[in-house]
Design a protein around this ligand. Sequence first.
Ligand SMILES: [Zn+2]
Length: 489
Amino acid sequence: MRVASFALLFWGVLLCGCSRQGVGKGGESSTPRPGHGARHRPARTGTERLGYTISANEELSHLQIELCPRGFRIEQLVAPSDGAQRLLSASKIHTPEGDYTCRAESVELPTLREDECLSYGVDLAERAPDPTALRRVARDLLASPDLWLWVPSPLPEGVQIRARFALPNGVQALVPWTRTGDEWLIPESAFNWKSAGAFSRAPSQRLAIDGVDLQFAPLNAPSFANARAVEAWLVEGARTSSLLFGGFPVPRALVIAVPRDHSGPSFGMALRGGGPAVVILLDQNAGERDLAADWTATHEFLHLGIPRLPAEDAWLFEGLATYYTEVLRARAGLISPEEAYQRLLDGFERGRNNGGGRTLREDSARMHERRAYFRVYWAGAALAFLTDVEARRGHGVGLDEALNAFAHCCAASELNWSAAGVLAHLDRTMGAARFQNLANTWLSSADFPALATTFRALGLSPGAHGKASFKVAPESGLRDAIMAHPERR
Ligand SMILES: [Zn+2]
């Protein structure tokens, strides 16, 4: 907890908490961005285009961006995130009709005509409070498009959005968008959801995962003392999370590793804006032993198995990732089944002890503000565990299979999902309202989900001094099956 408290203070409210002992570190970012993103209007011809040309100076301290519409006019330009306006060079937007001063989160451009371009500059500081947004790392730069990709509004429905980069020699743009030759296609989710991005002087690498385009970009790569071990750890995390989905849950993802010059737990964040990405801040001196004990990679890759959910549904996306982080590491043989159960029992206990008398729904909705991480992550994990057990008792389709089917259908979805939609999908696959019923009961309760009866049936108990004990019980076979490798059951 000492580490977690320090990290939370250091990084502010965006952190999901981090500790080697229990609560999820990092998470999935669902930071709402009210007022950002584009409104839409019907397309006039269906052939409207929007093109960004992004150039950078040698120091990567300044981006110059030209924005050209085709078939429509830019009426308003909106900051891509809270605070992005402060980085706008001289607070100015340049147009052929003159400069506009932008001192707020958006600027009206009444004189701009159809097909007329505009341009603006962005001055990138050393770092931002959000550790996954902006950080200078030697001569490389973590710089989320949330800071520099200003958004025209309204946009014609279905407008094709493309980008080109004009960067100093040797500098690569690292963005989760789709590359086609010299251009990138930008999905509109880049305007609506938090996203990852960086500029690096080293080429990115392809991680060796079958059938997946998993692009790995370590910033200031030489600073990683054990680069091979870091790469192997990411591959192991990707393979471990793949055990649940029968393969990596999305066809393509960007992984950015940011070295830190002090030891301590790593911190990760799964992001969905513009495409799936994971940003991991990692001790640059981490060796094989440190990495073997570090579950961040598995946890963040697990987040990519369900589509982006709103922040208030943290109990579900963090609960599933937290539960399966332990379960899958046992199935992969990285930890023993006993250790996985021990970690689950410890986590449940921490979650139970961190309730503040509010319902899980309330704590989930205001998790960051209330720092209700233990409670939300572990209550969600308890609900996943109870659903898993109930489905196994029913001898029908289990939670594993339901999540696998859901990932195949919807992991890469760019629609606005909610927990209710995900639960309905999972329950449909399982053939009963298992997860929904449990969620309905416990989301409205200030108590931690009741586990004692299930523990007894499984022959599992916290034991003396919190050390898990395992007994033969009517359902101890089910207990063991949860942690067994899919091919060894
Ligand atoms: Zn998480």
